[in-house]
Design a binder for this molecule. Structure first.
Ligand code: FES
Length: 121
């Protein structure tokens, strides 16, 4: 049985890396597109509540071994808070620097018949 979801618009209405904010069942949710993928998470920074939809979508330095030069990657998968710069992984809502301590709830997103559906918000 297909899951139900909140329809937040046509996939073509979303620009890559441009966050959009929605109110779903009284909850603020930010949705971000990366090519054919969509991410959704609670739009409230776990630090002090800023809207992440006003933040920037970027990448990050990738893990490397001591002495190796860090490469930059994961473009379009990290969102940084506009107030104090904390960054979160759009795939799971976890803080980049303290994932075990800070996390914004993330939601599954499906694209069905060209429509973007946020599931279980
Ligand atoms: S409110 Fe987001 S980093 Fe402070």
């Amino acid at each position: 049985m297909p899951s139900t979801g909140h329809d937040v618009g046509a996939a073509g209405e979303f620009q890559d890396g441009k966050p959009r904010r929605f109110e779903l069942n009284g909850r603020a949710v930010v949705v971000v597109r990366k090519g054919g993928e969509f991410f959704a998470m609670r739009d409230g920074c776990p630090h002090a509540g800023a809207s992440l939809a006003a933040g920037r979508v970027t990448g990050m330095p990738l893990p490397c071994r001591p002495g190796e030069e860090a490469e930059y990657g994961r473009e379009g998968e990290i969102i940084s808070c506009p107030w104090h710069g904390w960054s979160f992984d759009l795939r799971n809502g976890c803080s980049i620097t303290q994932p075990e301590r800070y996390r914004a709830k993330s939601y599954r997103v499906e694209v069905r018949d060209g429509r973007v559906l946020v599931v279980a918000a």
